[in-house]
Design a protein around this ligand. Structure first.
Ligand SMILES: *[C@@H]1O[C@H](CO)[C@@H](O)[C@H](O)[C@H]1NC(C)=O
Ligand SMILES: *[C@@H]1O[C@H](CO)[C@@H](O)[C@H](O)[C@H]1NC(C)=O
Ligand SMILES: *[C@@H]1O[C@H](CO)[C@@H](O)[C@H](O)[C@H]1NC(C)=O
Ligand SMILES: *[C@@H]1O[C@H](CO)[C@@H](O)[C@H](O)[C@H]1NC(C)=O
Length: 429
């Protein structure tokens, strides 16, 4: 595939490919094809090493959307966090690739774009100024890099020392009205390399007993899952409690209404924007990579698309519908050149988008996982055929996924499924 070709050839082909594409682009986007515009980011050609856990962000959702906390991880914990006796830090292989990104990617510009879309000051997708840059990205053909990223997301579930000294980074929060604040929110675990040049944010995802081992944040995760991955507010049957009030009539849903619901202050998308803002303020010159498992993977992907940051997800439910509903930037390049890789396996019904219908475990658990399409690239391990695995939510769990990836000698080919269509039986008005 083109992405894996050597850098110069790939860069040249990408430029040709985007030139060829220009005629078919919607919204009158005209990609820059002038090779003078191909700039090498000052960070390309640098090979990061020695990633350690530096910060953990906890952002409240639900009743506590104003809660933003940061924990600076003490140095002695860096070692423990690698979870591996012989190594004291995580190693990731990096490869330079050409990225097409919005010229203005600072948090204020991006959030002001999102705000204009949300308030319908602009409709559809803005005609951004795009730039082509060579940037370091995770080497996803490297098995050990995938294993390590998966471990970093697994690590995102690990508890921290009880005496951890959390700082308020938003408005000060009144600790004495404690709500057991493990219960409602999303976490970003921030890993940086030795030089603070490459930073990986691992977003913590669903930890419902159904999907993974510990049940801490289950209730709010369920609301977010049902909002993000259902056709219309989890209105899958008249008996279901909906997570937003957008259902109009049989298979008819109010589009503006579902879009608004995704942007609400107490929902996860808003929370990950804050995590990104806070992380880039600590590491203003770093390349940011994102990763996450399950719901965390989907949130990493939405955030990665928002800021055009290279993203590797594990067993993320199909999130393309959510990306479209949020009007996130889709650069004028083929989807397969977007640097978001969704790693998964055929025996995981949640990743495969088949955990739906009254007999499914998702339905029984109250999860309306109706979407089927991932944005960008799918990298699928065929565990059903290769290993005779039965389709089961057990194969969704991050710990099993770490072992699964390690058990293969190579990594899967990544492809964009551009034919995929979500919720085709619904009308949106
Ligand atoms: C990426 O990983 C593959 C597989 O380990 C390796 O052969 C290749 O040299 C790596 N690329 C870079 C630029 O390190
Ligand atoms: C913090 O919360 C406690 C209990 O709800 C309340 O008595 C106290 O006045 C609050 N303090 C501040 C500074 O808001
Ligand atoms: C890297 O960032 C940390 C904050 O996590 C800071 O304490 C440290 O001084 C930085 N190191 C370098 C080499 O910039
Ligand atoms: C962290 O994020 C919160 C919420 O967006 C914001 O209020 C605060 O200013 C940010 N802090 C920094 C240092 O970026």
């Amino acid at each position: 595939m083109r992405i894996y070709m050597s850098l110069l050839v790939a860069g040249y082909c990408l430029l040709l490919a985007s030139a060829a594409l220009a005629i078919q682009l919607p919204f009158g986007l005209t990609p820059t094809t002038d090779s003078d515009n191909l700039v090498s980011s000052p960070l390309s050609g640098q090979y990061p090493s020695g990633f350690t856990l530096r910060q953990v962000f906890h952002h409240g959702t639900d009743e506590f959307p104003k809660l933003h906390r940061r924990l600076d991880v003490p140095a002695e914990f860096h070692i423990a966090s690698a979870g591996d006796e012989e190594s004291t830090a995580f190693e990731l292989s990096s490869v330079d690739r050409q990225a097409t990104r919005m010229a203005k990617r600072d948090c204020d510009s991006v959030e002001s774009y999102l705000e204009k879309v949300r308030t319908r000051e602009i409709v559809g997708v803005q005609d951004f100024d795009w730039v082509h840059e060579i940037i370091p990205t995770p080497n996803i053909t490297d098995r050990d890099t995938l294993v390590t990223l998966a471990k970093m997301t697994a690590d995102a579930y690990v508890g921290l020392p009880d005496n951890a000294n959390w700082l308020d980074v938003g408005v000060p929060y009144n600790r004495s009205s404690d709500f057991g604040w493990d219960a409602a929110g999303i976490r970003g675990h921030v890993f940086a390399d030795e030089k603070n040049k490459t930073v990986v944010i691992a977003i913590k995802g669903t930890s419902a007993a159904l999907f993974d081992s510990d049940g801490e944040t289950a209730p709010s995760d369920k609301i977010n899952d049902n909002l993000l991955f259902s056709c219309c507010c989890s209105r899958v049957s008249y008996m279901w409690k909906t997570v937003c009030d957008c259902y109009d009539s049989t298979y008819t849903c109010k589009q503006d209404c579902v879009e608004d619901a995704l942007y609400e202050e107490d929902k996860y998308y808003r929370a990950v924007l804050d995590i990104y803002r806070n992380t880039t303020s600590i590491y203003p010159d770093a390349t940011i990579w994102l990763t996450g498992h399950s719901l965390g993977g989907a949130m990493a992907s939405l955030l990665g698309r928002t800021y055009a940051a290279p993203t590797v997800t594990f067993e993320a439910p199909p999130e393309k519908l959510a990306a479209k509903r949020l009007h996130l930037p889709f650069p004028p390049i083929p989807e397969e050149e977007t640097m978001i890789w969704h790693i998964g396996n055929t025996a995981d019904p949640i990743y495969m988008g088949v955990c739906n219908g009254p007999s499914s475990i998702c339905w029984m658990g109250g999860y309306a996982m109706e979407t089927q399409c991932h944005s960008a690239l799918e990298c699928v391990y065929d565990t059903v055929n290769d290993k005779n695995w039965r389709v089961s939510s057990t194969n969704h769990r991050i710990r099993n996924v770490v072992e699964m990836i390690a058990s293969y000698n190579s990594t899967p080919t990544c492809v964009a499924n551009t034919e995929c269509q979500d919720c085709f039986d619904w009308s949106y008005i």
